[in-house]
Design a protein around this ligand. Sequence first.
Ligand SMILES: NC(=O)c1ccc[n+]([C@@H]2O[C@H](COP(=O)([O-])OP(=O)(O)OC[C@H]3O[C@@H](n4cnc5c(N)ncnc54)[C@H](O)[C@@H]3O)[C@@H](O)[C@H]2O)c1
Length: 465
Amino acid sequence: MKITNICCIGAGYVGGPTMAVIAQKCPHIKVTVVDLNAERIAAWNDQDVTKIPIYEPGLSEIVGEARGRNLFFSTEVEKAIDEAQMIFISVNTPTKTYGLGKGMAADLKYIELCARQIAAVAKDNKIVVEKSTLPVRTAEAIKNILDNTGNGVKFQILSNPEFLAEGTAVSDLLNPDRVLVGGDTTHEGNQAVEALVSVYANWIPKERILTTNVWSSELSKLTANAFLAQRVSSINAMSELCEMTGADVKEVSKAIGMDSRIGSKFLNASVGFGGSCFQKDILNLVYIAKSYGLNEVADYWEQVIIMNDHQKRRFAANIVRTLYNTVSDKKIAFLGWAFKKDTNDTRESAAIYVADYLLNEQANISVFDPKVQEKQILNDLNYLGSRSQEMNAKQMTVTEDPYETCKGAHAIAVLTEWDEFKNYDWNRIYENMQKPAFLFDGRNILDAQKMKDIGFVFTSVGKHL
Ligand SMILES: NC(=O)c1ccc[n+]([C@@H]2O[C@H](COP(=O)([O-])OP(=O)(O)OC[C@H]3O[C@@H](n4cnc5c(N)ncnc54)[C@H](O)[C@@H]3O)[C@@H](O)[C@H]2O)c1
């Protein structure tokens, strides 16, 4: 089947950029991205293309090129499903916050709603593509719903997990290491796989498009995220040992990263990983393993999360300890709130948990992030429910000027690795702080010697104090 009309349900961090790139690279395909969130769709349609709801380098240019030509953003979900031959499901799959599997399993209610809606609307055969990250064997459940509640039309379910990283989404989509497509091993399944492969083949070399069975594809995505997060927790575990022994984690990671069997990526020690995916996907993996009675497998992967929580907590505790065991009524400046640089996404950001810890110690926190607004920062803290919204608003200030944020502070904590932080006038920042001026580099991006020469009491992750 030659695909000429695609619909994507979910206009988020995955659906938006992924579909924008498909539309740019396949001008012969009409791509409609739909979402229930009218505000989000309105933002995708903003006349000023720099105001689209997701910040990713290069994204607004691509949206500007394709939008209105063959890329459309709409709230008319049913119309888009009806018209499309291929429907991507790209909705959120958060960790369950209630009932069975609470705090571990993926909440698939949004996925199920999509499946039911597709079943109700479809009047001709459709290919349904799982783009969201899903527990292994979810395709079975989707197929069950579609086959039993549909209008007798035929559905093929494909798994096509997304491997983009936020902050580099556009270049990852334009030039992926690989694209993975999992499908049924029947004749119809193979045809559906071929249809999706031919979409990607418009810009991706065929040898980088990998086809597998559905279950391998679903599990590969969880496995990839588990391995990536595991590397971060592994180097972070070593960072604590470095601080005790006089080893320097940067030197250790360089030394091991030059071993081609290990490789150098994802070996930066830090305050801990964040983002909407790593924790959620590992918890999901742990839940699946437990549900098959594989307790050792579950415990092994759970340790990655335990280590990450420990790293965030000990970073915050170290601030309190260093500031003479109290931060009560002291001003602590945060540089960065996003979970990593070059994104405005704050989900599960380490900054949220460090802030929560310090607020419990009665600190006053002032935040600057180049891409995150005050409303989001307060929402993130209020969501934790650790104290009243009024208290959060009272103890937190957010400014649009980093020098203002740091003015009069007892300590600065760098929580996101934004490049611009490296180039600030650190002399000016130092002059305007309380003394001693403490600086905690949670991302190891600043020049330690330079900071010490200016006069800061400087601490980085994984270096002997
Ligand atoms: N963010 C990432 O870097 C990333 C990378 C790879 C995979 N993933 C996976 O992709 C999926 C989506 O993640 P995201 O970050 O884009 O989430 P997101 O929360 O940014 O976007 C999901 C969107 O789906 C919409 N939605 C939910 N139910 C809907 C429905 N029934 N009909 C229409 N719209 C609906 C929501 O309103 C929301 O705008 C998740 O499973 C995630 O694990 C994310």
